[in-house]
Write a protein that binds this ligand. Sequence first.
Ligand code: SIN
Length: 173
Amino acid sequence: MSGDVWLFAYGSLIFRPDFAVEARLRAELIGWSRRFYQGSTDHRGVPGAPGRVVTLVPGGRCVGIAYRVGPRDRDRVFGYLDEREQGGYTRQEVEVRAGGALLAATTYVAHAGNPDWIGEADVDELARVIRRSAGPSGPNLAYALELAEALRALDAGDEHVEAVARALLTSPA
Ligand code: SIN
């Protein structure tokens, strides 16, 4: 539809979509994978003690949600999202497969090297940081477990998020 835009959500925007949308479709992004490699000092951690939140890294595939944002809501929704995702994320145009079609969508990616980037770590280290972190949006643990649950509901088959969720539900050594 003229003026409609699509937003591809793969992290908190899946389980906390507090903005106006007109439609919601399971969507698949090819060529990118979800990873807990981005530091969060404004939502799930604080400056000096960042939590870990997801971003996209090149390679693989990622299942999430495509939201259709109506023309009248567009400026307000993306203005809100630019602020919500300001901790290292920038808008990126991608193409996702949803509802049997290819859709042009905007997504928010925190690229390697941004000021809050933390990068790769093994699953136990990711779980250790996530378990102890919290910020203005709540505990990092809730972010990770709510994301894992939302992805299961989408039948996303995300092994990385599942491995982190399993480690979080196992008692710390
Ligand atoms: C997203 O959800 O699509 C972006 C990352 C996040 O806010 O967790």
